[in-house]
Design a protein around this ligand. Structure first.
Ligand code: ADP
Ligand code: MG
Length: 255
């Protein structure tokens, strides 16, 4: 039994090592203002990592750099050893969910979910089953023909999530995806996101300014302060051994 467990652990390490996302010494300024300040992070395959920090600390900019929508002034990105820095966003094969759902208003839920498959040149016969599968996974099977305005906020966000995972992305990037939802719905969606992440074994980078959200969802949390990485650790480590006064105050703050 013990042997088998060790072998499983080894196997997992091998897979994890193969697809690590590395952010190396990334910096970005807007004019004179430093948005991201020399951030280095290694995110393992299958890991759920939150970028946690106050408003204006540079979380979204860092996520946009990972997504490829912003270019860093300096530093590099790697996925499983492959250099990503010059690869355009659509070729990185990452899923995105941002706070504004940004569904195409004139397309049905199913058409929205099919869109990234179309963009990737996946033939129509294959798209149907993939969309049906994503709809089912998000408990949206009965709502595929609805337009976004015929869906609730939570349902729209589930469509956005289905659209982000339908092409089995290498990485799922989320920027305050639940910020517009009320508390109850937010908590339901947190559970749903976590469940999907586990089922698909997908790597997630999740931006939030909400300590509770970061601590309850994440394998590790990157605490960001004024563009810089203050601490990158498990929720327990952040609680037990905060590396600075800032981390202790920010993580401990339950407002
Ligand atoms: P967060 O997501 O943590 O709230 P942001 O990454 O949005 O932080 O912003 C970090 C800093 O960079 C802020 O000072 C913000 O005003 C600035 N900033 C972000 N995007 C731009 C932009 N496109 N142009 C100019 N300044 C920006
Ligand atoms: Mg932001």
């Amino acid at each position: 039994m013990r042997e088998q467990q060790l072998r499983l652990a080894d196997d997992r390490t091998a897979r994890v090592a193969g697809r690590e996302m590395r952010v190396e010494a990334v910096s970005k300024k807007f004019g004179q203002a430093v948005a991201v300040d020399d951030v280095t992070l290694g995110i393992s395959a299958g890991e759920f990592v939150s970028l946690l920090g106050p408003s204006g600390s540079g979380k979204s900019t860092l996520l946009m750099i990972i997504a490829g929508f912003e270019q860093p002034d300096s530093g590099e990105l790697f996925l499983g050893g492959e250099r990503l820095t010059d690869i355009p966003p659509h070729r990185r094969n990452f899923g995105h969910v941002f706070q504004k759902y940004a569904l195409f208003p004139h397309m049905t839920a199913a058409e929205n979910i099919a869109f990234p498959l179309k963009m990737r040149g996946i033939e129509k016969a294959k798209r149907g089953p993939m969309v049906a599968n994503a709809l089912e996974r998000m408990r949206l099977s009965a709502l595929g023909e609805r337009l976004p305005h015929q869906l609730s906020g939570g349902q729209q966000q589930r469509v956005a999530l289905a659209r982000a995972i339908v092409f089995q992305p290498a990485l799922l990037l989320m920027d305050e995806p639940l910020g517009a939802l009320d508390k109850k719905l937010r908590e339901e969606m947190q559970i749903e996101i976590k469940q999907i992440q586990r089922e698909l074994g997908i790597t997630v980078v999740f931006v939030t300014h909400d300590q509770d959200e970061a601590l309850s969802l994440s394998d590790r949390v990157a605490v960001i302060n004024q563009g810089g990485l203050s601490q990158f650790a498990t929720p327990r480590e952040l609680y037990d051994r905060p590396s600075s006064r800032f981390v202790a105050d920010f993580v401990g703050d339950n407002n």
